[in-house]
Design a protein around this ligand. Structure first.
Ligand code: PHE
Length: 344
């Protein structure tokens, strides 16, 4: 009993001196485990005279309860401290300024092409694309362009593989070869637009780039007239440049259309009275167009007696430059985000 009393008196100080959970467990088994004074006293109870057993038993029980309480209180404290330490180490400073992720957007060229394609999709046109490396046959011959045509010269066209005409391969100089490819694969009626990358042996200047984008349009059906071409392009001009625009068609020449024309839109900046945007003329040239030449229809197996159509082709950079007042084509290819960010 004296030893038990001594144990109880010293226990609070010993327990309070413990600073980590592992040492606390060790002390716990020393105080309450199988080899502890509590356990051995309990085991010796049977040897006591029966009338002393309840009193001693109660004291052992009381001592055990007391030790258990002290240990539990200490454990709770140490656990809380450990958690506080963890939280302090893990803390996120929510007052620290973050950085805004920059959001990507479509390139102006992509936006322009998408917008043009959408306008024609609204008229029921389909969208197709074709190869950038093209056979001379589709780029020239199927489009009624004779072997002697100057556009076929190496000074204008980038050849990939020379050979016997028309097996030569080249980088397509326009999207028009898709007129022939598409008609070969589809029966009329055909209403299709073809956006794509095109290539010419041009030096870079303000309005020319050796790589540029075109959007081709082709409508072939029964009874298609030049009036349909004009109405379609006028609709496009109003959708793209605003409801007040008018267009005019001037004679031109392309081997694959007859008659051929160049389409002008009334200047959106001065409404036709003449300004810097339209070089004083009141008109801006936008694209080449015309009625599909019967020779082209024949080359793809259509019957020009029953079928007619129109085609047009515009430069994507050109129409974007006109609309946004961009003064050099290089802005499309330098990809300076300070420039591109302005077009959202
Ligand atoms: N392919 C011609 C060019 O690149 C444009 C065009 C297309 C003209 C369709 C008439 C018809 O200049």
């Amino acid at each position: 009993m004296d030893l038990l009393h001594e144990l109880l008196t010293g226990a609070p100080a010993r327990i309070d001196a413990i600073v980590d959970l592992e040492s606390l467990s060790a002390l716990e088994s020393e105080l309450l485990g199988k080899k502890s004074l509590i356990a051995s006293t309990r085991r010796g109870l049977g040897q006591l005279p029966p009338d002393e057993r309840p009193k001693v038993g109660a004291q052992v029980h009381e001592a055990q309860r007391r030790l258990e309480d002290l240990l539990a209180a200490r454990r709770e404290l140490l656990e809380r401290m450990a958690e506080d330490r963890l939280l302090a180490g893990d803390r996120v400073d929510v007052t620290l300024e973050g950085y805004e992720p920059s959001v990507g957007r479509h390139h102006l060229l992509t936006q322009t092409v998408d917008e043009v394609v959408d306008i024609f999709a609204g008229l029921g046109y389909r969208v197709a694309s074709g190869p950038e490396v093209e056979l001379a046959w589709y780029n020239f011959d199927a489009l009624n362009t004779p072997p002697t045509h100057p556009a076929r010269l190496e000074s204008d066209t980038l050849y990939v593989e020379y050979g016997e005409e028309p097996d030569e391969m080249l980088l397509r100089t326009h999207t028009s070869p898709m007129q022939a490819r598409y008609m070969e694969q589809h029966e009329p009626p055909v209403y299709v637009v073809v956006p794509g990358r095109t290539f010419r042996a041009d030096a870079l200047d303000a309005t020319h780039s050796p790589v540029f984008y075109q959007i081709e349009g082709l409508a072939v059906d029964e009874h298609i007239t030049f009036g349909d071409l004009k109405g379609t392009l006028a609709h496009f001009a109003r959708e793209f440049f605003g409801p007040d625009r008018t267009i005019r068609l001037l004679p031109n020449f392309f081997p694959f259309t007859e008659p051929s024309a160049e389409m002008h839109v009334s200047c959106f900046a001065c409404d036709g009275s003449g300004c810097r945007v339209c070089s004083g003329s009141g008109w801006i040239e936008l694209m080449g167009c015309g009625m599909v030449d019967p020779n082209v229809l024949e080359a793809v197996g259509y019957d020009p007696q029953h079928i007619s159509g129109f085609a047009f082709g515009m430069g994507a950079e050109r129409i974007a430059m006109v609309r946004h007042g961009i003064n050099h084509i290089r802005h499309f290819y330098e990809n300076d985000v300070r420039v591109l960010r302005q077009f959202t």
